[in-house]
Write a protein that binds this ligand. Structure first.
Ligand SMILES: *Cc1c(COP(=O)(O)O)cnc(C)c1O
Ligand code: SF4
Length: 342
């Protein structure tokens, strides 16, 4: 038997041929994939773990849109001073460098817009540079997408050169799923473009320990060697990782690969994603359980992006309760203790 080189799966037909979807669901899934595009990278197509598959395989339940599922769940459109920029906090601005990704995650909060063709154009990037020049309070540019690491190393290098030349930035940050789900894209050319005087930080989006294949581990090592500080962001998802054991395995795997868990996101109100959603209470219970048993270095902050573009905030669990003039503080086992302020 000869092994064919694996390739990305980008259509319902391809998924059906690979035996990943049930032909009996075909009509229902056609409706779903007409609205939300399909793509599973070759690396992820080779991982059989249910917690990984559930993130990328279209599901008939995506057709159920709930009233609270807003069109722009995190309000990206509400704070766009120039095309491609979201500027909500004074010291940092998001740059939407592209709308495409190496995978299309079924729970994505930008699922309405990802997959449209086209990267940020040259003229648009000039306008972004003009905006940053006029707004020196912005000390950090955050590349997001889509997935900014679908851009070529050459293009990213040119953009980073221009940003570094502004002289106003403390760092540039990338949010990307590529180092894990398409590790072959983390080439020597890319890490060379990242290893520069202006610090480049990378937040890798990873949700399940089985996503960290041997190739993914190697791509993280390449980034590490290029002096790129690595953080992670994880979306809390029913049917994927919303269990203490799974998240503990994920966060331990990340610190072994020199990645600091940064954020655990409460799922956003994206259209047709109700089957992934957990309650805040469930999320807090998982975080409380992790607090007692997992090194502090591996603890992310559990955050909610308040619908309507009102910002991201930590959502507990809380360990403090007022009791008259006193504070009651809960320990990791849930027992309360008195703390007296001056
Ligand atoms: C999440 C987010 C950021 C980055 O926030 P940090 O807490 O610094 O990670 C910046 N701008 C917008 C609009 C965001 O949604
Ligand atoms: S933007 Fe990120 S979460 Fe959304 S589909 Fe692309 S890779 Fe997945």
């Amino acid at each position: 038997m000869t092994l064919r080189p694996p390739s990305a799966l980008t259509s319902l037909d391809a998924l059906e041929r690979a035996g990943l979807t049930d032909p009996a669901d075909r009509t229902a899934l056609q409706a779903v994939t007409a609205e939300f595009r399909v793509r599973i990278s070759s690396e992820m197509a080779q991982v059989a773990s249910p917690g990984v598959r559930a993130q990328f395989l279209p599901d008939v339940r995506e057709a159920q849109v709930l009233p609270e599922e807003l069109l722009d769940p995190i309000g990206d459109d509400a704070h766009a001073p120039v095309s491609g920029v979201t500027h909500r906090y004074p010291d940092r601005a998001i740059l939407h460098a592209t709308k495409t990704c190496e995978v299309y995650c079924r729970f994505c909060f930008r699922r309405e817009t990802v997959g449209e063709s086209g990267h940020l154009g040259e003229a648009e990037f000039e306008q972004v540079l003009d905006y940053l020049k006029a707004t020196p309070a912005v000390r950090e540019v955050i590349f997001t997408g889509g997935d900014p690491l679908v851009l070529s190393a050459r293009r990213l290098g040119v953009m980073l050169d221009r940003l570094e030349a502004l002289g106003t930035l403390d760092l540039v940050r990338f949010h990307s799923r590529v180092p894990v789900i398409a590790p072959e894209r983390v080439t020597e050319a890319l890490v060379t473009a990242f290893d520069r005087a202006l610090p480049v930080w990378l937040v890798v989006h990873v949700n399940h320990p089985d996503e960290i294949t041997e190739a993914a581990a190697q791509s993280l090592r390449r980034l590490n060697r290029a002096r790129v500080p690595l953080l992670s962001q994880t979306v809390l998802l029913r049917g994927v990782n919303a269990e203490t054991e799974t998240l503990e395995r994920l966060f331990r795997a990340l610190i072994r690969h020199r990645v600091k868990p940064y954020y655990l996101h409460h799922p956003d109100l994206a259209k047709g994603t109700g089957h992934f959603r957990v309650t805040l209470e469930e999320g807090q219970a998982i975080m409380a359980a992790l607090r007692g048993r997992l090194t502090g270095i591996a603890q992310p902050t559990y955050v909610l992006d308040i619908p309507g573009g009102h910002g991201k905030v930590p959502v507990g669990p809380g360990y403090l309760r007022r009791n008259g003039d006193l504070w009651m503080v809960s320990d990791p086992q849930g027992r309360e203790h008195i703390y007296r302020d001056l």
